[in-house]
Design a protein around this ligand. Structure first.
Ligand SMILES: NC(=O)C1=CN([C@@H]2O[C@H](COP(=O)(O)OP(=O)(O)OC[C@H]3O[C@@H](n4cnc5c(N)ncnc54)[C@H](O)[C@@H]3O)[C@@H](O)[C@H]2O)C=CC1
Length: 396
């Protein structure tokens, strides 16, 4: 008599899919991300194609033209997944992301569809490394990611609107391409000096861009931004060349961690490139309002004299406050690539070991600034900046 076939061994129960991700999960996630990295464009296309094919109603949450925007959500998810065993980073990053997604009309029931499309795209291109354990690691990671975002959005809903409407009250043209824009929000807008918001114009629905508050919170509740029109920058070009007093913009919630650490007794070393001077001015006002006289050294760089468009404000602040020193520098003509006049100047001065650093400007300046400052003895936990590597709301 033929023997009954032996059933295959039952696999050891893997950890539940809704368990907290572990560092083994993080390792599997990083390995699969490395495997799909060479096909990044295809993975992103497949992700959105799958998402919209199965959930056409979600298309309207995204801008009409996806070219500029398309990999932001996807890359944000990858950043979160990569840090899935770093609870502190994850909670801060995802809470911010969850709150920020309220203005897009994102609801908790949208999250599973995004997770399915993400895993479909990764498994499609993760040939060779994708297996059941990897998939389980991604499911655990995405469950944590989405729940953190949903919880943050729900908590925020109890205390703040999804967005604020804000009427343009003045536009001051500083150069052909730079305006200082002041708006009046329709209800109180709480924020801290050094933070930024996201801003949507009536001309480009669902396209949001970051702008820092250029002053500390004011008694009149008005908010001021510095905007530079850049080629192919839809929002910035519309604000600089089209907007007028009376236009109504939308603002997302405040975000960003470049706020003054008032518990520190160190001086403040501030590096600002171009319109990156905006949050540094807010920080100077904040230090002045706080009342404790700490040294503040501001290094303000731009491509040319004209681009130091807010030098007068900074000079006025320097005259008012004996604890503030301003150093301005412009790029040397003909020495574009590879020169770092601002960071070079900072290196020549100092010593800086007794300073906390605040950096604001183009990503290249922040990267070279962080390198220079850690190189001259400021520990990285005392260096604050935003924007670099934030794919969801990155500036134009
Ligand atoms: N508008 C706002 O509220 C804020 C804007 N930003 C960012 O600041 C930037 C401002 O753009 P622009 O005014 O066009 O600045 P920009 O591109 O003209 O650069 C300003 C200066 O930064 C320095 N710099 C630039 N790249 C550098 C590098 N790789 N290494 C060392 N130094 C470098 C140079 O001194 C340069 O002159 C944008 O990237 C914007 O996203 C940052 C914070 C707030």
């Amino acid at each position: 008599m033929a023997q009954a076939p032996v059933p295959p061994p039952v696999p050891a129960p893997s950890r539940p899919l809704n368990a907290r991700p572990t560092s083994e999960d993080a390792a599997l996630i990083v390995r699969s991300m490395e495997a799909v990295a060479p096909f990044a464009d295809k993975v992103v296309s497949y992700f959105y194609a799958t998402l919209f094919l199965h959930n056409p109603h979600l298309r309207e949450l995204f801008p009409a033209a996806m070219d500029h925007q398309r990999d932001r959500l996807f890359r944000a998810l990858l950043i979160a997944a990569k840090h899935v065993d770093d609870q502190e980073f994850l909670t801060q990053y995802l809470s911010n992301l969850g709150r920020g997604h309220r203005k897009y009309g994102t609801r908790s029931e949208h999250y599973p569809a995004v997770g399915e499309a993400l895993i479909a795209a990764l498994s499609r291109y993760g040939d060779g490394v994708w297996d059941d354990e990897t998939e389980a690691a991604w499911v655990r990671a995405y469950t944590t990611i989405s729940q953190t975002m949903i919880d943050a959005a729900a908590a925020d809903e109890r205390v703040a609107p999804a967005w604020w409407e804000a009427e343009v009250v003045s536009l001051e043209r500083r150069t052909r391409d730079i305006v200082v824009l002041t708006v009046r929000p329709d209800q109180p807008y709480p924020f801290q000096a050094g933070q930024y918001t996201t801003l949507e114009t009536p001309w480009w629905p669902r396209v949001w861009r970051n702008y820092s508050f250029a002053t500390a919170p004011r008694p009149d509740g008005l908010l001021t931004f510095h905007v530079k029109a850049i080629p192919a920058g839809w929002v910035s070009t519309a604000l600089v060349h089209r907007s007028q007093p009376g236009d109504v913009l939308r603002l997302g919630p405040p975000a960003g961690s470049m706020v003054v650490d008032h518990s520190s007794a160190h001086g403040l070393l501030c590096l600002a490139g171009g319109t990156g001077i905006a949050p540094i001015e807010a920080i100077v006002e904040d230090v002045a309002a706080y009342g404790i006289r700490r040294r503040v050294e501001v290094y303000y760089g731009a491509r040319c004299r004209e681009d130091l468009y807010d030098l007068e404000t900074m000079v006025r602040l320097e005259r008012q406050h004996p604890w503030l020193s301003l150093h301005s520098v412009v790029d040397t003509p003909g020495e574009g690539q590879g020169t770092e006049p601002l960071t070079d100047l900072v290196r020549q001065h100092g010593p800086w070991q007794a300073f906390d650093a605040y950096l604001s400007g183009p990503p290249g300046l922040i990267r070279s600034g962080v390198d220079a400052l850690t190189g001259i003895g400021i520990p990285s936990h005392r260096i604050r900046h935003d924007f670099v590597g934030d794919p969801v709301e990155a500036d134009e």
